[in-house]
Design a protein around this ligand. Structure first.
Ligand code: GDD
Ligand code: MG
Length: 427
């Protein structure tokens, strides 16, 4: 892949948020094809570089009652070297949609010899494993994992962790273009290849979202929710740095990836707030405005890359109603952030009143936040899953990638000799 190096970076404490990077060639060939001198503003990441990273990557596909054809298309687009983890919250009755997914996935993985794990979000083995591992926070009143994409993503992150994966990337199951999926995975790998920090996140900024407007195909650049979310996140940064910025373009990026080190450190918000909350959590924890619980990480950089995809993003249309829900969820986490100053809070309220999402005088409810996975007892989690019907599959995937029987306790101490940047405390 040939990709431009980031032209701008906003530094906020230990966080480096890089401006959107464009891709100039989706596939730049093998290492041997690289020309002797490279243009300094464009980085060449040969296929082998991306391949090596993707071998250590789990791609998580959250799904709830999507059309099977769409799920299949997404699977077709994921490079062979990635491990696929599908967390499904699809209906079991009156039609057992999960069983249909199982059948489709089984056929496909037989044809492709793919490393793949499909679990149901309401699987009692997972719920028990979470309880035994000391992470009951995402369980509901029935002692099963609660509904929600975020909850499914948390389960998948722990599964990827016990499978020994170093990177985790998320791709929604309702994507119409296998080619876009294929591209996102390579862009995740490109971000990790460019990063010098063990704490790295890569977020996809869509090139465009096709829509039909007055019988014509129109390629919209910005999502209606993300315009609002990005504006407020940028305002929050500007408030502290004193310089207006538009650096954040991916406030609601459902398609994103993280190093496992970072995935274990972040707190997670429920529902559609999960993606904007990534930014809030990073700004709060490593921004230097309030004291960090992880001073070790403050010594390093936390890198956020935003890469603009070339394929258009076309996903299932689920109606207009939930745009307001998504805006509310996004603004809720900004409003309730420990570092959100009064003027921005007032502006958030004005926005919500203006849109009729809240009535005058109302305040958004505090968001539901799940604690970081750092203190999950991974041994207990894995041991509990060894009683599940898919235990053998877990073992097979884990062993294929140098699985260690005894998992180390999670640590926040990054490897030596990396990221020697000074921490710039915001003004
Ligand atoms: N496991 C699981 N559990 N998956 C779920 C659940 C659940 O309870 N609910 C939804 N999903 C799956 C869907 O099947 C889909 O694959 C994915 O999660 C995203 O859900 P959508 O309902 O398609 O969300 P969206 O398209 O409105 O929003 C997406 O894009 C936004 C950015 O524009 C999401 O990824 C948002 O999180 C993101 O902010
Ligand atoms: Mg969708």
């Amino acid at each position: 892949m040939r990709i431009e190096i980031p032209r701008e970076a906003e530094r906020f404490g230990a966080n480096h948020i890089y401006g959107v990077q464009k891709v100039y060639e989706l596939d730049s060939g093998l290492r041997q094809d690289a020309p002797a001198s490279e243009n300094s503003v464009i980085q060449n990441l040969p296929y082998e570089t991306l391949y090596e990273i993707e071998r250590d990557m789990a791609i998580v596909v959250p799904i709830r009652d999507e059309r099977l054809k769409l799920l299949e298309g997404v699977l077709f687009g994921i490079p062979h070297q990635c491990t696929v983890i599908i967390v499904s919250n699809s209906r079991r009755a009156p039609v057992d949609r999960f069983k249909m997914e199982q059948d489709a996935v089984e056929t496909w993985s037989r044809f492709t010899q793919k490393q793949l794990l499909l679990v149901h979000q309401k699987d009692p083995f997972i719920a028990r494993a979470l309880a035994e591992a000391g992470y009951p926070y995402i369980l509901d009143e029935n002692d099963l994992v609660a509904n929600g994409k975020a909850e499914g993503m948390i389960v998948a992150t722990l599964l990827a962790r016990i499978l020994g994966k170093r990177y985790i990337g998320f791709i929604d199951a309702d994507n119409y273009f296998p080619g876009a999926v294929y591209e996102y995975v390579h862009e995740y790998a490109a971000g990790f290849a460019l990063s010098k920090s063990p704490y790295t996140m890569v977020r996809i900024a869509w090139h465009s979202k096709p829509k039909v407007v007055q019988s014509q195909l129109f390629f919209a650049k910005y999502g209606r929710t993300s315009v609002v979310t990005n504006r407020f996140l940028n305002q929050l940064i500007s408030y502290y740095t004193g310089f207006e910025t538009e650096v954040i373009r991916t406030g609601n990026a459902g398609e994103h990836a993280m190093t496992m080190e970072l995935a274990m450190l972040l707190d997670y918000a429920t529902g559609y707030a999960i993606e904007p909350y990534h930014y809030i959590d990073l700004l709060e924890k490593y921004g230097g405005v309030i004291e960090s619980a992880h001073p070790e990480v403050m010594q390093h950089q936390v890198n956020v890359f935003q890469i603009e995809s070339r394929n258009p993003h076309l996903h299932e249309s689920k109606g207009e109603e939930h745009i307001d829900d998504m805006i509310l969820a996004s603004l809720q986490v900004i409003y309730h952030s420990k570092i959100c100053p009064e003027p921005i809070k007032r502006e958030v309220l004005r926005e919500l009143y203006r849109r009729g999402i809240l009535s005058k005088g109302e305040e958004p409810a505090p968001p539901r936040i799940y604690p970081a996975l750092l203190h999950v007892d991974l041994e207990a989690f894995r041991d509990a899953l060894m009683r599940a019907p898919y235990a053998e599959q877990l073992e097979t995937i884990a062993q294929a990638r140098g699985y260690r029987r005894r998992l180390p306790r999670p640590t926040v101490t990054p490897p030596e000799g990396d990221g020697s940047e000074q921490v710039a405390t915001p003004a």
